[in-house]
Design a protein around this ligand. Sequence first.
Ligand code: NAI
Length: 468
Amino acid sequence: MVPTAEHFDVVVIGGGPGGYAAALYGAAAGLRVAMIEKDKVGGTCLHRGCIPAKELLETASVFRSVGDAERFGVKAGGAELDFGVTMARKQQVVDQLHKGLSGLVKSRKITVFAGTGTLGPDHAVTVSGGDETAEITGDHVVLAAGSVARTIGGFEVDGSIVLTSDEVFELSELPKRVAVIGGGAIGCEFASMMADLGCEVTVLEALPQILPGVDADVVPVVRKAFKDRGITVRTGVQVTGHDPHQGGTTVRLGDGETLDVEAVVVSVGRRPLSESLGLDGTGVKVDERGFVVVDEYCRTGEDGVFAVGDLIATPGLAHVAFAEAIVAVKQILGETAVPVDHAKVAWCIYCHPEVAFAGYSEAAAKEAGYEVVTSKHRWAGNSRALIIGETDGIVKVIAEKRPDGTGGRVLGVHMAGPWVTEQLGQGYLAVNWEATVAEIAHFIQPHPSLSENFGETVLTLTGRGLHG
Ligand code: NAI
């Protein structure tokens, strides 16, 4: 007798932020949910991405602070790094979060299948390659298979000389000299972390500017801070290959120069992991870059099948995946769903100084046809920044220009500096609530606080400021 496939309200393929958010949110609404994961629930973000990266950046911050303690009159002695303890703590944080997430999944009575899920016709999903093989079906299916690190030709990842983010998190010791290929979010975070922990770092970026998407007034501030900490940033450079040798490799650059390093970190973006999803006989389409094609409601070409997270061509951020999962599940529940406004999501890059932004850069706003007015404030005039001794960076607010030259609606908030990833909240709300400068300026910022710099920058756009 052919066993009847177990049926669920929702089958989720992938247990990363997109998948587990869909599962948790759906189960919280009373849906019967299955989630298929081939590795560990938590996905890239928890095991090989955001969480371990930020944890290591925290070690970098502690090391920097201890090394810098004497200017506060604190004689901490010669700081030394025990990288084994560093990596163990990173793993402890990851494991604790994994345990918590697994407990949450269990308590919501989500059925987890270990293995790879492939989707066929009629919402039939096969689980294979794990401990069990299963055929299951769902009234709805959410595809959330995520992404993997992209590599470049001539740089085969070997885990010792050529690394991606996956391998950096497994290092037993840090390379003394390292080339980071790609100056995006991952490249800048690793460059910053490794430099703070004592590595000699060179960032090699193909474009004329690192940190794509970040306002042109913010990027140079980060570059200068990197330079002051000994990080070399080379933009507009091509890497053509490398010649491994005992103890490292020689990276060949397009201009004929070479760079001798112990390791290369390739951080040139990520690609969607759609190839293992099956999809034969379904209406789900995959574009030429491998992204599952969806509309603004995360609906694929197959009725009742949604796709979210890094699998679709939207910003590859865990919090975006969470939001897309909620959009999908609301529709499954028959509720009104509001699409994610991808142009206005929060971007937070945890290098030192941190970078955070939401909405248009000045150039992008002008390109979109807005007449804009901007205001910029440095941290040197902010009391809290001086107190904590972190004055690198800038806050820039981009607003629509009103006829009298003052600022109207806030179009973008771009920041670099101390704890800006935590401060972006106000800027994110301003941009997404379509608040005007006058509306925000009415509200009070606590004194002394880092957030005063945002308040001051907005206040200036009303035509009259206090301190700047
Ligand atoms: P990215 O797309 O942010 O940056 C890649 C950089 O590599 C670009 O500047 C690109 O011009 C450059 N590049 C590409 N090919 C190159 C080559 N052959 N030689 C030199 N440079 C080259 O990608 P990244 O940094 O790998 O991050 C991937 C994604 O992960 C991001 O788009 C983001 O969605 C997510 N992420 C976000 C983080 C955050 O928000 N804090 C942290 C880490 C990742």
